[in-house]
Write a protein that binds this ligand. Structure first.
Ligand code: NAD
Length: 297
């Protein structure tokens, strides 16, 4: 099956990037949100991106840019947005009850053939699929931030998904210019399962005073060839998200080494979330510059 009509739920950080990429790949895309200001903001960002990075750089003509924007519509009406979709990708906040309730509604609204996908980072896709009467057509599509740029999509296979659904979604991701990787619905999938131990050990090194976050980042960038150091990357991902990911991995493995490092708990208690509020291992200024945060006196 080809995906000709896509609906994206949630016009935030991830949703608008996925919608932009889909519209650019020739797919008729509807972006749904409960908040009209988020839809207006998303449309503005997408128009600006297309103008600046594609039309402005001569990669596409102004006419092609208009065609892309013409393929993208927005809505605050879930029924109107989803009733003709071949596929829906939800990118609403990371809350299991919210995602289950949306999947249950989508199951009633969408055509029988429609595939329902979740962009969850840490929640069980099988539980979200379980809120529908079509688990064989439910799947995880874990895009990475920024979604319009990052190449990887983890295609997450919940219990009961049909091979036909997986094949369709793998092809859809390729149509978007992404590289999809199949992974079973186990906490952390692949990327977070491997990044979380790195985040934990980096925090332990900082906590015990072996090296500063800046020294850890420099060492891993220059010694291991990582484009971002683990503390910078943890700031980028957000400590709240890392906490959820780490806790879900621990619940699965029950290994002591998979417990959340106390430093992240302390940072969260101190209201430090990472880059999203400008306070992580570093303090971030509005102009993008950063300064190492002194954890303890
Ligand atoms: N931000 C990341 O780096 C990242 C990376 C990968 C995956 N994810 C996952 O993607 C999902 C979305 O994350 P985000 O960072 O884009 O969130 P966000 O907070 O930036 O955006 C969420 C959007 O959903 C909207 N929303 C809230 N309730 C809604 C509802 N009932 N129906 C429709 N829209 C609703 C909000 O108005 C907001 O525009 C989460 O599951 C998250 O775990 C995030």
């Amino acid at each position: 099956m080809d995906i000709l009509r896509l609906t994206v739920l949630g016009a935030g950080v991830m949703g608008h990037g996925i919608a932009q990429k889909a519209a650019m790949s020739g797919i008729k895309t509807t972006l749904f949100d409960i908040d009209q200001t988020m839809l207006d903001k998303a449309q503005g960002v997408i128009s600006k991106n297309i103008e600046k990075h594609f039309v402005g750089k001569g990669k596409i003509t102004a006419e092609e840019g208009e065609e892309i924007l013409g393929r993208l519509s927005t809505s605050t009406d879930l029924v109107a947005a989803a009733k003709e979709a071949d596929m829906v990708i939800e990118a609403v906040p990371e809350n299991l009850d919210l995602k289950k309730s949306l999947f249950s509604k989508l199951d009633e609204i969408c055509p029988e053939h429609a595939i329902l996908a979740t962009n969850t980072s840490v929640l069980p896709v099988t539980a979200i699929a379980g809120a529908t009467k079509r688990p064989e057509k439910c799947i995880g599509t874990h895009f990475f931030n920024p979604a319009a740029v990052m190449k990887l999509v983890e295609v997450v296979l919940p219990v009961g998904v049909a091979e036909e659904t997986v094949e369709t979604v793998m092809n859809f991701c390729k149509q978007l210019g992404k590289v999809p990787v199949r992974v079973k619905d186990v906490p952390g999938f692949i990327v977070n399962r491997l990044l979380c131990p790195l985040y934990m050990e980096a925090a332990q090194i900082v906590l015990e005073g072996t090296a500063t976050a800046e020294e850890v980042d420099t060492a891993m960038k220059l010694g291991a060839g990582h484009p971002m150091g683990p503390c910078e990357l943890a700031d980028f991902g957000g400590f709240d998200v890392i906490q959820m990911a780490q806790d879900s991995i621990y619940e699965y493995t029950h290994r002591e080494s998979d417990r959340l490092n106390i430093l992240y708990r302390k940072m969260l208690e101190a209201g430090r979330l990472g880059r999203k509020n400008g306070k992580g291992f570093y303090d971030y200024e509005a102009d993008g510059t950063k300064k190492l945060f002194k954890l303890f006196q």
